[in-house]
Ligand binder design. Structure first.
Ligand SMILES: [Fe+2]
Ligand SMILES: [Fe+2]
Length: 271
């Protein structure tokens, strides 16, 4: 029986994530992600063929180089909307990134896949909170340009689960933990208390996402007999990952499972 002929309830969870991953409309992608049944059976060992067209994306926003995106003052509606749009775009990418891990990488433990479906559902919640707030301000997702650097990293790391987990959740999402307090303060100072509350929800969930990244990164390092810190340094160089910048949100990073040795290394080396 082909996938198209199967009733949805008999679908394997790793195959089911392809439905929202391929969806082009952003709101529909988020809603389809939330509608996934995380308790579906799953086959950890299956090697699933790439169906092409991953990720499904809307025609808007137009994707441009990140250096061509300019911020505007946050005391204007447009300035705040630009910032919230940029965060919504990150959340949409985060949905795709979490779903992509589930179908693409085989032979991980069952809990690995279930963790990433839960993460995708939290990213979908984040996207919809921001998108609805944008609509309330008279804007919408897609009305400003955006950049594609998150999905670029997904492309570069699609051949190795260790690189994907090392460089997406525990590098790029961890940067989000560092940036969050400053962004929240700016939005609150500009009088947008709703946005401040949304960022609180996001930060709390993101600590869990980075924690999952740390957990599974160490799991793969252990399986391969690799030292997590030395390997991380090599991954950063091999994949030309963006350098991390202080100030670090050490409290959130500690909650997300970075240990003292890693945080000392971070403070000393700026990686
Ligand atoms: Fe998120
Ligand atoms: Fe996340």
């Amino acid at each position: 029986m082909s996938r198209a002929e199967m009733p949805p309830s008999s679908l394997d969870l790793r195959e089911a994530v392809l439905v929202p991953l391929l969806a082009q409309n952003a709101v529909q992608k988020a809603e389809l992600t939330l509608a996934l049944n995380p308790d579906l059976p799953l086959n950890c060992q299956a090697v699933l063929p790439d169906p092409g067209g991953i990720p499904g994306r809307p025609a808007h926003p137009v994707l441009v180089s990140h250096t061509s995106l300019k911020a505007k003052p946050l005391n204007t509606d447009e300035g705040r909307a630009l910032l919230l749009h940029a965060i919504a775009h990150i959340e949409l990418n985060a949905i795709d990134l979490a779903l992509d891990v589930v179908w693409r990488f085989h032979a991980m433990p069952e809990n690995f896949y279930r963790d990433w479906v839960q993460i995708a559902q939290e990213e979908a919640k984040h996207f919809l909170l921001l998108q609805k707030h944008l609509v309330g301000m008279g804007y919408d997702y897609g009305c400003f340009p955006a950049h594609n650097s998150l999905w670029d990293m997904a492309e570069r790391t699609k051949g190795d689960i260790l690189a994907r987990i090392g460089l997406v959740p525990r590098t790029m999402e961890a940067r989000g933990l560092d940036a969050s307090p400053g962004v929240k303060n700016k939005l609150i100072s500009a009088g947008d208390l709703t946005a401040g509350r949304i960022l609180d929800i996001i930060l709390e969930d993101e600590i869990g996402h980075v924690a999952a990244g740390n957990r599974w990164y160490r799991h793969v390092c252990q399986e391969r007999g690799l030292d997590p810190i030395a390997t991380y340094r090599e991954l950063i160089q091999q994949y030309d990952a963006p350098k991390l910048k202080s100030p670090y949100n050490l409290e959130a990073r500690r909650l997300a499972g970075f240990d003292d040795e890693e945080l000392r290394y971070l403070a000393a080396n700026g990686l």
